[in-house]
Design a protein. Structure first.
Length: 562
């Protein structure tokens, strides 16, 4: 279809890059193994948009924006997944005279010949952005059908008289149905960027749910009798007691899924119809975020940086489970992780492994508590200490005395807002003078789902939403345009794509510290409210609706936690 001309030669001929730049990109490509186009982008010689526009014009084919079109997933599946991923291609449309394909590399002549053979129809090409194509492939070629198929296969195996003891002995066979089922389950979760997998046996069905962007998505399976076999295999993987089904157990294991190393934290809980299992998936391949990548507003980022570079004191991060507190703490540790700083953490559990940082796993069963770890830490000459959570007065007081003696301490508290952290410490019977002397600042946060840009449309408030907004923020809160996502291929019909952080930073001033020294919570709350006027989580969340980033219903969902 096309004469095979190397991309680099085409770009040089068109005078978009020089021979020197091409040689530089080819050298970088040889080192990284990436395609030439990616090497040019990485070296900032060209942008991806420049390359795509150039190729579309040179090849005289359309540039197809996958984000702006709703695809027929059933049609896309006419091309087997192996070919779609190998050749970076998907079926966009079907015409009476053939298929319109979207390709990331339409210069791949071998791919074109193979695709004609497989599809058995004439093909017409368009150019698509590779990152968008890979995202769509993950949504289309999910493992839900495989999961159902392997569940049926496992049911048949159990019905054939194989006992759970036999199953545990045979579970190391890679072709065992339980192994294939779990592999598909993990692959599907990773493709969908799920943070948790829930396996819940019911009276008549087995429910498998994935938490994606903070919201659970459910798949029901009629093969409820396989729940025990799944639980047994997962317990074996986590090194738990497979004969104990009456008591909760916790464990963890590591596995490789689609070339990514995943750390799985597993929790079992006995229920009426069997053991409920929840697995937290921690992607060790992705690394941790920097402070800039957290999405803190510029003024908050600047102030947060000032706080974390103080030589001593305590900085707390607050919010409910799943609000991103641990991610924020790891971002701060990344910022501070330099050769001349000794950093020790006490975590339960250790979620991400960080080089140069001494990470300690708390184990309450062995009486190796946060407080005990903290005492031991102080004999290790640290500069910075991170305590996963201040759970009790003993831990809090040791951490504060460490801050008094010249250490910077980072930790979390489960409170609804930043001002409540100091009040919670007072409720825990921590001395007010200790809090005043050590607490430097509190960052409260939430994660809000972001409207999908591909299907974003203007939105008219319901009467309930309108009344709610006016009730909490006044008439002006409804005097702007609102948006929502109607649902499309790119966001898997949810209307949301990704999440954005909402932050509230409280810096303690002299008036607040004096109120704490006097043990006066009312005065502290008054001064904190003054300092945070217009900067509360509520204000920041409503600003996201005004800017078309999220929806009123999403704000209502998280405001219930504030």
């Amino acid at each position: 279809m096309f004469k095979k001309i190397p991309l680099g030669e085409m770009l040089v001929r068109s005078k978009l890059i020089t021979e020197t730049q091409l040689k530089q990109a080819l050298a970088a490509q040889q080192k990284s193994g990436a395609k030439l186009g990616q090497a040019l982008i990485d070296l900032h010689i060209m942008t991806e948009d420049n390359i795509l526009d150039f190729l579309a014009k040179q090849l005289k084919i359309p540039l197809f924006n996958l984000k702006k079109h709703d695809l027929d997933f059933a049609l896309v599946k006419h091309l087997p997944e192996a070919y779609a991923r190998r050749f970076r291609v998907l079926i966009l449309k079907e015409h009476k005279n053939g298929y319109l394909l979207g390709m990331a590399d339409p210069l791949d002549i071998n791919a074109l010949d193979e695709l004609k053979r497989v599809l058995k129809k004439p093909i017409f090409l368009s150019l698509v952005r590779e990152s968008d194509l890979l995202h769509i492939l993950d949504l289309v070629y999910r493992r839900t059908d495989d999961i159902s198929s392997f569940a049926e296969e496992l049911t048949e195996e159990l019905a054939g008289g194989i006992s759970l003891t036999d199953l545990s002995l045979a579970a190391d066979q890679v072709d065992a149905p339980v192994i294939k089922l779990l592999q598909s389950l993990f692959e599907d979760a990773i493709q969908m960027h799920a943070s948790d997998i829930h396996i819940e046996p019911g009276e008549k069905v087995l429910r498998i749910r994935q938490r994606i962007d903070g919201v659970l998505h459910e798949q029901e399976m009629k093969e409820k009798n396989i729940a025990q076999a799944i639980a047994l295999r997962l317990k074996l993987m986590a090194g738990l007691n497979i004969s104990e089904r009456r008591m909760p157990q916790d464990g963890r294991f590591n596995m490789k899924v689609r070339d990514r190393y995943i750390d799985v934290r597993l929790s079992t809980l006995p229920t009426q119809y069997g053991e409920s299992i929840v697995m937290r998936l921690l992607d060790q391949s992705g690394g941790t975020l920097s402070l800039e990548q957290l999405g803190l507003p510029d003024d908050t980022l600047k102030e947060m940086r000032r706080l974390v570079h103080m030589p001593n004191g305590i900085i707390l991060v607050s919010g409910p489970t799943g609000s991103g507190k641990t991610t924020t703490l790891y971002s701060v540790l990344n910022e501070m992780n330099i050769p001349d700083k000794k950093i020790i953490t006490a975590e339960d559990p250790v979620e991400y492994r960080l080089g140069r940082i001494n990470q300690v796993q708390v184990n309450e069963k062995l009486d190796f508590s946060f407080a005990r770890v903290l005492r031991s830490m102080l004999r290790q000459d640290p500069d910075i200490i991170m305590v996963g959570e201040m759970r009790d007065v003993e831990t809090a007081e040791i951490a504060m005395r460490a801050a008094l003696t010249g250490h910077l301490v980072l930790s979390t508290l489960h409170t609804n807002d930043s001002a409540s952290c100091a009040l919670r410490l007072l409720d825990m019977k921590v001395e007010g003078y200790l809090i005043a002397a050590t607490l430097r600042g509190v960052l409260a946060q939430r994660l809000v789902r972001r409207i999908c840009d591909s299907c974003k449309e203007p939105y008219t408030l319901t009467e309930q939403e309108r009344n709610w907004l006016i009730g909490i923020a006044g008439e002006e809160a409804v005097h702007h345009d609102f948006y929502y996502g109607k649902g499309c291929s790119y966001c898997n019909k949810t209307g949301f794509k990704g999440r954005v952080g909402v932050y509230e930073l409280l810096k303690l001033n002299e008036a607040m510290m004096e109120a704490l020294r006097k043990g006066d919570p009312s005065a502290f709350s008054h001064y904190a409210a003054e300092a945070l006027k217009g900067q509360l989580l509520l204000n920041k969340s409503l600003a996201l609706t005004a800017n078309g980033i999220t929806t009123p219903s999403e704000v209502m969902r998280i405001i219930g936690e504030i």
